[in-house]
Design a protein around this ligand. Structure first.
Ligand SMILES: [Zn+2]
Length: 315
């Protein structure tokens, strides 16, 4: 079970050891899927010390129907109305267990007003209430909230621990592990993508094969066709460049896309450090334009023409 991966990690044991009758609020920092799994595990540990998995507390939590474990927001992002509900909820005594756990997920999406409304409850929690907050981007959580919580950063998970949960063929699994970088949910999602190997090929091709303005049209078209996966292609392209840089600066470098090491070595042999650094700047620029909703074909054209220019200048 995926839960077991987390239960065996040092942060989890530290959490269990910290439960000496004192009541803290916690902020779990991790991608959403892992954070949600860990938040529920924390809730279970708070309501059943042995996490026996058999008692009514454990079973109700597993089913998501424990009356004293409340998860917010009920849908979408946390709004001030949700925060009001949370404050009201915190005054209702637990009905089944001897404690109540309020889980507030994806705090980075919450409005500032909603976050502000939670402050007082987090500062002076009711004795019977424990708050467990989660976020993928702690910098988007109000500093006043962050300072009131014990922060728990979930470290990346080892490849060997995620591997049994992956779908897809061996090549896809290998690539998913490399690109997922220890993020459980992301790695599992990537392993379900039938075209992951094609996207890696596309990213590598952009650096390696694109070399004349005649080819620009072809490569632009390829990128346009992958519009839904553009951000992912950019991430893979970033990895390709990082790996090529690592190979250039340190022969024994540990590279992420190991299965592509031959192609990466070729790229490292052909392009200068300066050129690779400039290429990584182009990715940042393309992602920035994407977040500003710049016309997509324009982003693609700029990117392809700029890659050509960089490669030409670095020759
Ligand atoms: Zn139990």
């Amino acid at each position: 079970m995926i839960e077991d991966i987390f239960k065996n990690m040092p942060f989890f044991k530290a959490f269990l050891n910290a439960q000496n009758g004192r009541n803290f609020s916690y902020l779990i920092i991790s991608e959403a899927f892992s954070a949600s799994v860990v938040a529920k595990l924390f809730a279970q540990a708070l309501l059943c010390k042995d996490m026996c998995g058999k008692c009514e507390n454990c079973q109700k939590i597993a089913l998501g129907s424990h009356p004293d474990v409340k998860i917010f927001p009920e849908k979408g992002r946390l709004l001030v109305e949700d925060s009001k509900k949370i404050v009201e909820e915190s005054f209702v005594r637990p009905i089944f267990a001897d404690k109540k756990v309020i889980i507030i997920q994806n705090l980075e999406d919450a409005t500032e007003e909603a976050q502000n409304k939670l402050l007082k409850s987090l500062e002076e929690p009711n004795d019977s209430v424990t708050y467990i907050l989660t976020t993928a981007s702690p910098e988007k959580v109000l500093p006043t909230i962050r300072s009131r919580c014990i922060k728990i950063q979930i470290p990346p998970v080892k490849n060997s621990d995620v591997a049994p949960f992956l779908a897809g063929d061996e090549k896809t699994k290998t690539l998913a592990l490399a690109i997922g970088g220890g993020q459980v949910a992301k790695t599992i999602e990537l392993s379900k993508m039938e075209n992951l190997a094609d996207l890696v090929e596309l990213a590598i091709g952009l650096v390696q094969d694109l070399s004349s303005s005649r080819q620009a049209v072809v490569w632009s078209k390829k990128l346009l066709d992958e519009k839904p996966s553009f951000a992912l292609v950019m991430q893979i392209l970033g990895l390709v460049i990082e790996d090529a840089l690592a190979l250039k600066t340190n022969k024994k470098a540990k590279i992420r896309l190991e299965s592509e090491s031959e192609k990466l070595a070729k790229i490292a042999g052909e392009l200068s450090v300066k050129c690779l650094v400039r290429l990584s700047e182009l990715i940042v620029e393309a992602m920035r334009q994407l977040s500003y909703n710049v016309n997509f074909p324009l982003i693609v054209d700029n990117l392809v023409m700029n890659i050509l220019e960089v490669k030409y200048l670095c020759k």
